[in-house]
Design a protein around this ligand. Structure first.
Ligand code: NAP
Length: 248
């Protein structure tokens, strides 16, 4: 895939799937802005990528900070073609009955409102020039899992945002997708295993998928070959999708 001349913004790019996506997009030739709350860590990743990569500390739950980061991306690189809306947290892992209301709300503030914040900040400009948006979803958007009510609710809401964007902007050249990466070997899964709550926490690390597989799926959505999936949640658990990306 040739992404020369394309400009990408990746949230949650300091580790895990976001880091993998940023590295892969840069390798295909895109200029990439990496965002995460930990500025030092995300800077380090950008420096390792080198050349056309830059980084900013940004908490996606803060709309003003997101707006500044998007403006800085456009100023530095001259546009924005690809958004990987990836930043997310699993916490709090707890039954609803004993959950901390502030922690529950914080999850929604990051996973759903944070994702909305980034969409809100990029959509207008992107609608003028066209572009690709990938909202990182989860099987949890469709399947309730005990102890994960805030996470499941946040991802279900994000799936509806994906569909809403297709409805509102599809005719204006925005390619929007949800993307479920499967259960992948990242820090998020370390926290999940430590909790011991629900079936996902029982999956041995050796059975998790490598980040590289999910990154392959994510990159596929940046190409017109995936146009028939616009507005949908593509899933790494879907055999037909895996075949399309050569993992069949
Ligand atoms: P991860 O290893 O925990 O990384 C999460 C990333 O998001 C980090 O870069 C983190 O950096 C950033 N982040 C968290 N809160 C943020 C905030 N408020 N503002 C900006 N950045 C923030 O998680 P991951 O497994 O790579 O997950 C990435 C995405 O995939 C998430 O949306 C997750 O829900 C989804 N997903 C993961 C799995 C899985 O099996 N791992 C499965 C399905 C879906 P800072 O902490 O420095 O901000």
């Amino acid at each position: 895939m040739n992404l020369n001349g394309k400009i990408a913004l990746v949230t949650g790019a300091s580790r895990g799937l976001g880091e993998g996506a940023a590295r892969a997009l840069a390798k295909q030739g895109a200029a990439v802005m990496l965002l995460a709350r930990d500025g030092a860590l995300v800077q380090k990743v950008a420096q390792e990528i080198g050349g056309g990569a830059a980084a900013l500390a940004c908490d996606v739950s803060d709309y003003a900070a997101v707006e500044r980061a998007v403006a800085a991306t456009r100023k530095r690189f001259g546009g924005l073609d690809i958004l990987v809306n990836n930043a997310g947290v699993i916490e709090p892992i707890s039954d609803i009955a004993s959950s901390d209301p502030a922690a529950w709300a914080r999850n929604i503030q990051i996973n759903l409102i944070g994702a909305y914040n980034v969409l809100r900040a990029v959509l207008d400009g992107m609608a003028k020039a066209g572009g690709t948006i990938i909202n990182v979803s989860s099987g949890a958007a469709y399947r309730p899992l005990e102890g994960w009510s805030s996470y499941c609710a946040s991802k279900a809401g994000l799936a509806m945002l994906t569909r809403s964007i297709k409805l509102e902007t599809g005719a204006r050249g925005i390619r929007v997708f949800g993307f479920s990466p499967g259960t992948i070997d990242t820090d998020m899964q370390v926290k999940i295993r430590a909790s011991g709550i629900n079936a996902i926490s029982q999956i041995p690390r050796a059975d998790l998928s490598p980040v590289e597989h999910a990154v392959r799926g994510l990159l596929y959505l940046c190409d017109s070959a995936s146009d028939d999936l616009i507005g949908e949640d593509a899933s790494m658990r879907d055999e037909a999708f895996r075949k399309r990306i050569g993992l069949g």
